[in-house]
Design a protein around this ligand. Structure first.
Ligand code: ASP
Length: 307
C-alpha cells in the first residue's frame, strides 16, 4: 500500500480535564468520525488538497467546533469567519477573512485559489465573489449556537477577547480547526478554518487565514495548520517557520515543531499539526490540551485531547 498520513485539529487551549463525560464523548466521537472520513478518502487515492478541504467541511458543519456552523460571537454579536488552504505541489494558496454568510469558508478559500487571480479576499468582496460562483448564502441565524452565545454573554461589552476553549469557557470547549495530509501520490496540503476569538473587535483577523502563520504546505518539506492566539502565531510566522527549519536546518519534523511550539512561542499560546513529505507527523501544543487526531498507512489511528 502506498504511504499516506492525515492529521486534524479542533483547537488548542486551556481545555480543562473536568469536561463532563458526555461532552468528552461527543468530542472524541466527532474527531474519530472526521479522521476516519479523511483517512478513507486518502486510501481511495484522493488528492491531499481535496481531502483537507472535505475534512474541514465536516468540521464546519459540526457545532462542537469554532468554525462554520459553530463559529464564536464577535464583539458586535455576529459571526465572522476566516479560512486558508495551501497546495504543497506548487505553493498555490487561497484565503478569505470576514466571512459572514457562507457555510463552508474553506471551500471559498479554495475557490479563491483555483478560480480567481487573487490569493486573499476579504468580507463583502469575498462574498460577492462567492455569489458569482453560485454559492448559497446562509443568514446569521444559521451560525447561532446556544453555548457560543452563553460564552459571548459572559464577556459582552467588555474588552476581553478569548480563545473559545479557554478555562473560563470550560462549559463549551471547542476550537478552530485544521487538517494536513500527505496523499498516496506524495503530495502535501494544509487547511485551516475558524470563527476566530470570542468577542473580537474591529474586524480583528487572526493567523488562520494568513499563509505562513496559520497554514503552510510545500512538497519539499511539510504541511502545517496552527491553532491558538493568532497574534502570536502571526508575529512568529509559525507555519512557515516549521517549513524553514526543515528546509534550511535539515532537522526532523519533531525537532522543528518542538522548537517553534516550546522554544519560540510562549507557554499557553497554542499548538499545531504537521506532516512531512515522508509521512512523519507531529502534533505539539503548549496549552493544557488540543483536540487532535492522526491516521497513517502504517496503522496509526489516534484521537486525543490531552497527553
Ligand atoms: N488562531 C485562531 C485565531 O487567532 C484562534 C484559534 O486557534 O482558536 O483567530
Amino acid at each position: 500500500m502506498k504511504k499516506y498520513t492525515i492529521a486534524i485539529h479542533g483547537g488548542a487551549g486551556a481545555i480543562p480535564k473536568i469536561i463532563p463525560e458526555d461532552q468528552k464523548k461527543l468530542y472524541f466521537a466527532a474527531l474519530e468520525k472526521i479522521l476516519k472520513y479523511g483517512e478513507n478518502l486518502l486510501k481511495k487515492g484522493k488528492p491531499a488538497l481535496r481531502v483537507v478541504e472535505l475534512v474541514v467541511n465536516k468540521f464546519e458543519d459540526c457545532p462542537l467546533f469554532n468554525c462554520g456552523k459553530g463559529s464564536v460571537f464577535t464583539f458586535a454579536g455576529d459571526h465572522s469567519m476566516d479560512a486558508s488552504i495551501m497546495d504543497g505541489r506548487n505553493r498555490e494558496c487561497g484565503a478569505v477573512t470576514g466571512i459572514k454568510r457562507i457555510q463552508y469558508p474553506i471551500s471559498l478559500a479554495k475557490d479563491v485559489m483555483t478560480t480567481s487571480k487573487y490569493v486573499f479576499l476579504n468580507g463583502k468582496g469575498a462574498e460577492e465573489f462567492a455569489k458569482e460562483l453560485g454559492y448559497k448564502f446562509k443568514n446569521q441565524k444559521y451560525f447561532f449556537t446556544e453555548k457560543r452565545y452563553e460564552q459571548w454573554k459572559r464577556v459582552q461589552g467588555s474588552d476581553s477577547t478569548s480563545l473559545d476553549h479557554n478555562a473560563e469557557f470550560a462549559a463549551a470547549p471547542k476550537g478552530t480547526v485544521g487538517a494536513v495530509a500527505l496523499d498516496i501520490h506524495g503530495d502535501l496540503a494544509a487547511a485551516t478554518s475558524t470563527g476566530g476569538m470570542t468577542n473580537k473587535k474591529w474586524d480583528r483577523i487572526g493567523d488562520s487565514p494568513i499563509i505562513g502563520a496559520g497554514t503552510f504546505a510545500d512538497n519539499s518539506t511539510c504541511a502545517v495548520s496552527s491553532t491558538g492566539e493568532g497574534e502570536e502565531f502571526i508575529k512568529n510566522v509559525v507555519a512557515f517557520e516549521v517549513h524553514a527549519l526543515l528546509k534550511y536546518k535539515n532537522v526532523s519534523l519533531k525537532e522543528a515543531t518542538d522548537e517553534v511550539i516550546f522554544k519560540i512561542l510562549k507557554k499557553g499560546i497554542g499548538g499545531l499539526i504537521a506532516v512531512d513529505k515522508i509521512g512523519n507527523f507531529a502534533l505539539p501544543y503548549n496549552t493544557l490540551g488540543m483536540y487532535r487526531g492522526v491516521a497513517t498507512s502504517k496503522g496509526v489511528f489516534e484521537v486525543k485531547i490531552w497527553e
